[in-house]
Design a protein around this ligand. Sequence first.
Ligand code: ADE
Length: 232
Amino acid sequence: MRIDVVSIFPSYFDGLTLSLLGRARSTGILDLNVHDLRDWTHDRHRTVDDTPYGGGAGMVMKPEPWGAALDDLVSREPVAARPTIIFPSPAGEVFTQATARELSTREHLVFGCGRYEGIDERVFEYAADLGEVRLVSLGDYVLNGGEVATMAMIEAVGRLIPGVVGNPESLVEESHEDGLLEYPSYTKPSSWRERTVPDVLLSGNHAAIATWRRDQQIERTRRRRPDLLPDA
Ligand code: ADE
């Protein structure tokens, strides 16, 4: 998969050289490139923002650098090869494991990280001529810009690309993969500070363990995230 990120703070993404995604980049599974939006400005101050038409607080990102960045990063390929262009935004659709799974099947993702009060609306219209545009929110709260949301989305999507996580079985038994929260995990020692591991996990009875884990998943989900359970 190819991923391009456009941001005025490219060093936010230095952490993506670490761990599983760092290894996926060095083995060529993931072709991730981070770009500085200011490289597509032409004035002495490398200006990316201006005051909003109609007035109001804050600044708006100018369309010209974004247009030039998209032109450079999105080759005018046949419709089937067009990228998915993601703009993180608290006004977007909420990002879920299903979104991550869907995006992990794409050939090319472009993330446009907005700052200030947002990006000139015409950029989204222009981008829609170049690819599939998605405005995506990490959740119902406001961040200072799209960078942290993009990091989270790249990690959630990247780990679903075949070969990124060494043991694919570890992808299956995760919170949200089957609509429930994950069951509790324990390791040695079996007794620690007078707290013991549930007997069933030491029993060697695989059917009983599977039943216990499923019950734990349902109980945790009911307690912490009842919104995930069907009404019945
Ligand atoms: N930018 C600012 N807040 C955001 C959020 N909640 N999700 C995605 N991008 C954002």
